[in-house]
Every structure is written in C-alpha cells, then in structure tokens.
Write a protein that binds this ligand. Structure first.
Ligand SMILES: C[S@@+](CC[C@H](N)C(=O)[O-])C[C@H]1O[C@@H](n2cnc3c(N)ncnc32)[C@H](O)[C@@H]1O
Length: 388
C-alpha cells in the first residue's frame, strides 16, 4: 500500500490530541482512503468496460443508457462490490478513529468553547472588530434532510447535542474532513474557501464586500479565508447545527479570526432585507433538498443588497455517465441522500425563479500541487453565481 504524504494538519487548541495508537489509526484510515481513491477506484472503469457493460447488454438487449443503467450493471459486479464494501468500511473506520480522542477530551473542549463564548470584546478588539460572536437558537427546527439520517454516517450528524453545550460534532468533523479527503483541503481544511475567494477576487477585483454571509458554515473552515481576504468586512456564518457552531466559534477565536456565527436555517434567516453584499456557500446545497434549494435561492435574493453577489461552490458530479455513477456512490451508500439529485438539477433555473436575472453555472478548473489534489491533479468545481 502506498503511504500518501499530505500537508501536516495544523494542531490548534480545539483539536483533540490523539494518543500514539489513535494517531496511527487515523494515519492508516487516511492512507487506506488514499489507496482506494488512487489504486482501487480506477479498476471500476475496467470492470465496467470489460465485464459489467457486456453482461447488462446481454441481459437487457441494449447498452446502458445513463447512470441509472450503469448502476444496475455495476451493482452486480464483484469488483465494484469489493470496492464499495471497502469504501463504506473506510468511512466507518474514519469515524471510529476520530471519536475516541474527542470523547477523551470532551469536557475540556466544551470548557474551552464556553470560555470563548463568554469572552467579551476588549476596547482594542472592538475597535478592530477582532472579536466575532456566537448566537444559538435552541428553538430552531432541524430540517428533515438532516434530522432523518446520519449524514455521511457521522453519528448524530452536524446537529446533535449529546451532552450540554456539546462541541463533539465540530471536533469530529474537523479531523475527519482531513482524513476523508486525504489532506487535500490543506492544514486548516480551508482550500474550498481559499479557492472560491481567489476566484471571486480575480473575477470582480473592484468588488470589496463589506458584509459577507457564509451559509452552511459547519466549523467555519471555508469561512475563515474570506475573513482573511477581506479583513475590513464583517463576516457572518450560519448553520443549523449548534455543536458545529460552538466549535466553529471557539476554533475561530483560537485562530484569531473574527466571525459572527449564528444558528439559522439558510431557507429563512433572521437578517433584514439587503443585509449583505456577498453571500457564499461551500458544498452546502447538495446536502439540502429540492424544496430547500428553491427557498435558499429566494432567501439569497432577499438578503442581497442591489448589486450584491452570491457564489455557491459545489462538488463536481462527473462528466461521463460512468463518472456520475461513481460520484453518486456517496448518495446510495454514505447517507448523502440528496447528492444524486444534484447531478441533473438545473441550478441557474432555480436561481432565475428566485429573481436573479442572469445566473451562471461556472465549471471552475483548478490545478493543485500533488499534496492538495482532491480527485486528480485537476479538479472541476461547479460554482453557481448570480448578481442581485
Ligand atoms: C458538507 S457541510 C459543509 C461545511 C463547510 N461549508 C465546508 O466547507 O466544509 C454542509 C453544512 O451545511 C449545513 N446546512 C445544511 N443545510 C442547511 C440549511 N438549510 N441552513 C444552514 N445550514 C445548513 C450543514 O449543517 C453542514 O454543516
């Protein structure tokens, strides 16, 4: 098995410190996933071309026509079954490897997050807007698309408080994201925010946002690059999950980045009309629902001031039908229930219905150094963007 080297993960104060054995278990899972992605996944292409496709054709009297036919063909194939079982097991192992150290440091992490939430702005930090804030809403209804399943098999998803003032979902997500993507998001899991902020600055260099909203921020990993790129802007970040937000706030305080975190549903927030001149999200839309998508677009339209922009970054969903089928493995086997629907959805049409005049779906091609490669040395991201 190839040991894959990735940039070192930054050990900030909110990250549980694994023991020696836990650390090697985490390293194993990361490497295992890297091995599956680089060495085992490609075999699916051979299994399809040389076996599954022909068998399907013999049995059905026609070649597979789309990703649904390919799924029928591949689910009966032993190579695919082998990879799929390994992939699923790697996901389960990943949670097991990050939960143990989190449980050991649970009360200490909660204490740190309470301290961060209680800290008051000093005169100096107020003047420089250095503090950030945390606002929770215990009455917020968790949308069914999160309450009904443990998304990505994460026990309790992003929103479950197992104990009072819980932060575990955040601590677990922070470490697991690095393992899940084999370190591709960099030492602070910040690559998606950095990439979108870079894209935004190069396309609209004259647009210097003063109020930014990040929707579906989880632990704020993609939010912080926006605060770094626009230090004079007031940055807000929302999520439905209380434990990820507590963690996000404490993490941002630890890292010295001021962000205002609050527990709100992106479908209907408490902000006033025209509150923001930039709204962003990073891989949130595919974890919602058909109804929620429409409502979120309508809410973005309401929240943007005239001339304001929205940019929603989404994961690639594959170009060929076979790739689409493989990308949608997550939907059928990893509780990412809405993801597959995103393969066919017309996002600009939904944004248009919400009132945006000329929404675009940009296929953003990004080349990264080997240690930051996600699926290959070139990744194509989808960005839904529109101006109010
Ligand atoms: C895959 S995570 C992405 C987290 C983060 N943006 C990142 O870049 O890693 C999706 C996040 O969106 C949040 N989310 C999903 N639907 C939401 C909604 N309707 N309102 C607010 N947050 C939502 C989830 O709770 C979760 O934390």
């Amino acid at each position: 098995m190839t040991l894959v080297s990735a940039p070192r993960f930054e050990r900030h104060k909110m990250l549980p410190q694994p023991s020696h054995d836990e650390q090697s278990r985490q390293a194993f899972v990361k490497s295992f996933r890297g091995h599956l992605a680089s060495k085992v996944v490609p075999g699916n292409y051979l299994a399809y071309e040389h076996r599954a496709r022909h068998r399907f054709e013999r049995e059905q009297g026609h070649a597979p026509r789309d990703r649904h036919d390919i799924r029928r063909a591949m689910e009966a194939d032993p190579y695919y079954q082998f990879w799929s079982a390994m992939q699923r097991r790697s996901q389960e192992l990943m949670w097991e490897a990050v939960i143990d150290p989190t449980e050991r440091e649970w009360s200490q992490l909660i204490e740190q997050s309470r301290e961060a939430a209680a800290s008051r702005p000093t005169r100096r930090s107020r003047a420089k807007q250095l503090q950030g804030s945390l606002e929770l809403d215990p009455t917020l209804a968790i949308p069914r698309y999160h309450a009904a399943v443990d998304i990505h098999l994460q026990p309790g998803g992003y929103h479950t408080d197992f104990i009072e003032d819980d932060v575990a979902a955040g601590a677990i997500y922070d470490r697991a994201l690095n393992i899940y993507l084999n370190g591709a998001l960099g030492p602070r899991n910040a690559l998606m925010g950095e990439m979108l902020a870079e894209y935004f600055a190069s396309r609209w260099p004259e647009h210097k946002p003063r109020r930014i909203l990040d929707m579906g921020c989880a632990i704020g990993n993609s939010t912080l690059p926006w605060a770094a790129q626009y230090p004079h802007a007031e940055v807000h970040a929302i999520d439905v999950g209380a434990p990820v937000l507590r963690y996000a706030h404490a993490r941002a305080v630890t890292l010295g980045v001021p962000v205002h975190f609050s527990q709100q549903n992106a479908e209907q927030t408490r902000y006033d009309n025209g509150s923001f001149d930039l709204i962003v999200s990073h891989i949130m839309l595919h974890e919602t629902s058909k109804t929620a998508l429409t409502r979120i677009m309508t809410e973005c339209f309401r929240l943007l001031a005239p001339g304001g922009l929205m940019l929603h970054l989404e994961i690639p969903r594959g170009t060929s039908a076979l790739e689409q089928f493989l990308f949608n493995w997550e939907s059928y086997n990893n509780n990412e229930t809405f993801g597959a629907y995103m393969t066919d959805v017309d996002l600009p049409a939904i944004a248009r219905l919400a009132g945006f005049a000329a929404p675009e779906l940009v296929r953003h091609r990004v080349e990264r150094a080997p240690e930051q490669q996600l699926y290959s040395n070139e990744t194509i991201w989808n960005i839904l963007l529109a101006r109010r």
